[in-house]
Design a protein around this ligand. Structure first.
Ligand SMILES: [Zn+2]
Length: 404
């Protein structure tokens, strides 16, 4: 089958006017512009549209989709965590499964074809495996008590191991955060992910309360951790990333989720450990965190990609919305660069730079069509990010996904 639109954005090359691509066996096998279109083949046309790689949502918690608007914005991070714990108590497996289903549908309509999902119950796994979405379904673990490290990591691993992995569906374990996991647990999960050739995902440097916990063993998050585990460690004059690095606990290539509070030494650590920072614009706005240090990260060549986080701390699971929000806050970033954050940069972070994030020969045919009402003279990347642009088609491995 050949797909053709007003524009085709390969993402690693210049946009193709009236671009087309041929898909066979779930992969792109040929592409070109109007002049080179092979004769006598079936062509699916997308008038008024731009074709581009599907977005990679590098951080999401699909289990929490049903909690949209349940916690008001602007609360401190520890208060939000406490309210979230209250709301999730009593949710059944079926509630979580429904939540995941609804979330997948929102992701697809927002242009994501790949998601790195982090769940606590394992209920997301079977729903994701049956969905058209390409997914990295991670089971999150945490626990400050070192004596629980073995049982916690084994429990998460057994949930991750319950379903067979395929090229489209991979499972693993995620770490919650440096302040909520013991060293022993961090070691075990790092090893598990390394064996699976998957990056570790860990929340880090998200809130002012977390920065306070690591700088002076004080504040409301420290108090909260102590209320759960009275022997929670006391950190002094450090940061989550420095503490991880000094204890040899930051896995190379880790996905560092949020990274809002970064010191100079943290930036050096991120660069040295080849980390990618995952910025979640709507979640960032929900909490009112300090400005995301995008310029500082990019100055040092640290990759930044994007995620939606969950609807318990944000109002959209659309990656198109996240990219638009990011550009509103960082207008100096070109539309093409912003789109690359959600495609090529994220594919590299997933160690799949020759499989995902680009439309080109041999890449997987994970793509979307965005209706833009663009004119041939307009920059098609800008057109995709216009407020009225809409995802009208999505395919993963060349198979159309239902966007209803
Ligand atoms: Zn998260």
């Amino acid at each position: 089958m050949i797909y053709q639109a007003d524009w085709l954005l390969p993402m690693d090359d210049a946009p193709l006017l009236r671009g087309w691509m041929k898909v066979e066996g779930g992969r792109v096998v040929a592409m070109g512009s109007e002049a080179a279109l092979p004769p006598d083949v079936e062509v699916q046309q997308f008038p008024g549209c731009v074709l581009l790689p599907g977005f990679i949502n590098a951080h999401c918690h699909l289990e929490l989709t049903a909690l949209k608007n349940r916690i008001p914005a602007g609360k401190s991070f520890p208060v939000w965590v406490e309210e979230l714990r209250g709301l999730t108590t009593g949710l059944s497996s079926e509630d979580y499964r429904q939540s995941v289903k609804e979330g997948i549908s929102l992701l697809l309509r927002g242009g994501a074809t790949t998601v790195i999902d982090v769940g606590n119950t394992g209920d997301a796994l079977s729903v994701l495996s049956e969905s058209p979405m390409r997914s990295f379904a991670l089971v999150e673990t945490l626990g400050l008590d070192p004596s629980l490290a073995e049982s916690r990591s084994e429990h998460a691993a057994s949930l991750a191991n319950q379903l067979a992995n395929t090229a489209r569906f991979r499972t693993g374990v995620a770490l919650h955060a440096a302040y909520s996991c013991s060293r022993e647990l961090l070691v075990k999960v790092n090893a598990f992910q390394k064996e699976r050739k998957l990056p570790v995902s860990i929340h880090a440097a998200e809130s002012a309360e977390e920065a306070e916990l690591f700088s002076s063993a004080s504040g409301s998050l420290q108090k909260y951790c102590r209320s759960i585990f009275p022997e929670a460690p006391e950190h002094w004059a450090t940061s989550p990333l420095r503490w991880l690095e000094e204890n040899l606990l930051l896995q190379e290539g880790a996905l560092v989720i949020h990274g809002n509070h970064l010191y100079e030494r943290d930036l050096e650590i991120l660069l040295r450990r080849k980390s990618t920072v995952v910025h979640c614009p709507s979640s960032h706005a929900f909490f009112g965190h300090k400005a995301f240090p995008y310029a500082e990260l990019r100055q040092r060549g640290i990759p930044v990609c994007l995620g939606t986080d969950s609807l318990a701390s944000g109002d959209s699971l659309s990656m198109l919305d996240q990219i638009r929000m990011f550009r509103k806050n960082f207008s100096e970033v070109t539309a093409q660069k912003a789109l690359r954050m959600a495609t090529t940069v994220a594919a590299r972070a997933l160690k799949m730079p020759r499989e995902l994030g680009v439309l080109g020969p041999r890449y997987r045919a994970d793509f979307i069509a965005v209706r833009t009402k663009t004119s041939p003279k307009e920059d098609p990347c800008e057109a995709v990010l216009r407020p009225d642009a809409q995802v009208v088609f999505a395919a993963i491995d060349g198979c159309e996904a239902d966007l209803k």
